[in-house]
Design a protein around this ligand. Structure first.
Ligand SMILES: Nc1ncnc2c1ncn2[C@@H]1O[C@H](COP(=O)(O)OP(=O)(O)OP(=O)(O)O)[C@@H](O)[C@H]1O
Ligand SMILES: [Mg+2]
Length: 267
């Protein structure tokens, strides 16, 4: 049975999408089937996975699946990713475009927070993991993700504002999961991204993260490496970029994927 994981933080630019996409890649390489749900109107996860919007033959996106308010509607919008690596066949995508912003206006509609979980019913039965890439806000789109998820994982940089925002993500789940009709939702991991070993402030914040989140902080941390920017910019899998310590970063995500599977065992 699929395990659904909401990946988030209340701060922008901390690497939520980078980590979601690279975890999907590492999980697929390890043989798992993964669905990435792009819940951010920026559509960064969709683009980085090589998905391209075709305006002459427009594809459906997660926005239409949420708007439908129908059980299983997401199965209409699941698409292959654009990567050509063999293991990418095990990654599927519910893409997003700016149009997803329009779902915000439904936030006050009765039951609106349940529309994603409804849309996913039966739509992700044939994958092991559904990774939900949340936007930096804690408002409606993220709440759709939280209502649909079995567990949540925070991504943070070891920097003051990012850590505070990860705490807000955790506390929001603790205080509001029941209001989202998902009282069992809990944070099961904190992934530390963009670490610069030479920075004293990063070492200080990593210590603080351990004090605040204890064992929820996963090893290994993700170092700041230009190869991740290169892969994201060129919409390529990590296996197809070189230089910039590519093999080190691939190994980090392989270990993180193993940590992920330990924390979120296949059901
Ligand atoms: N470990 C890293 N090393 C170097 N660059 C990174 C790393 N992680 C992320 N980046 C880069 O930092 C930028 C922000 O990352 P990303 O878009 O994944 O953050 P985000 O939290 O999803 O942002 P948003 O809140 O806008 O959705 C991107 O250009 C990405 O390629
Ligand atoms: Mg993002």
């Amino acid at each position: 049975m699929v395990r659904r994981v909401a990946i988030g933080n209340n701060k922008g630019g901390v690497g939520k999408t980078t980590v979601t996409v690279r975890l999907a890649e590492a999980l697929a390489k390890a043989g798992h089937r993964v669905l990435v749900v792009d819940l951010d109107p920026q559509g960064n996860a969709s683009r980085r996975l090589g998905w391209v919007y075709d305006k002459d033959d427009p594809q459906l996106t997660i926005s239409e699946a949420i708007r439908a308010d129908e059980s299983g509607a997401a199965s209409q919008v699941v698409q292959p990713v654009g990567w050509t690596a063999g293991y990418a066949e095990r990654i599927a995508l519910c893409p997003a475009r700016l149009e997803l912003e329009n779902r915000m206006s439904e936030a006050g509609v009765v039951g609106a927070h349940r529309r994603l979980v409804k849309a996913l019913e039966g739509a992700d039965d044939d994958v092991d993991y559904t990774l939900i890439d949340c936007p930096p806000s804690l408002f409606h789109l993220t709440q759709l993700g939280m209502a649909a998820a079995d567990v949540a994982v925070a991504v943070t940089e070891p920097e003051y504002d990012a850590v505070e925002a990860a705490v807000r993500f955790r506390d929001f789940i603790a205080n509001r999961a029941a209001d989202l009709s998902n009282p069992g939702l809990e944070l099961v991991g904190v992934i530390v991204n963009g670490v610069q070993a030479q920075l004293g402030s990063h070492a200080f914040q990593r210590e603080g993260l351990r004090e605040t989140f204890g064992d929820l902080v996963w090893d290994p941390v993700v170092p700041r490496r230009s190869v991740l920017i290169d892969a994201d910019e060129s919409a390529l899998p990590l296996s197809e970029v070189s230089g910039g310590k590519a093999s080190e970063v691939r190994a980090v995500f392989e270990l993180l994927a193993a940590r992920f599977v330990k924390a979120v065992p296949a059901a």
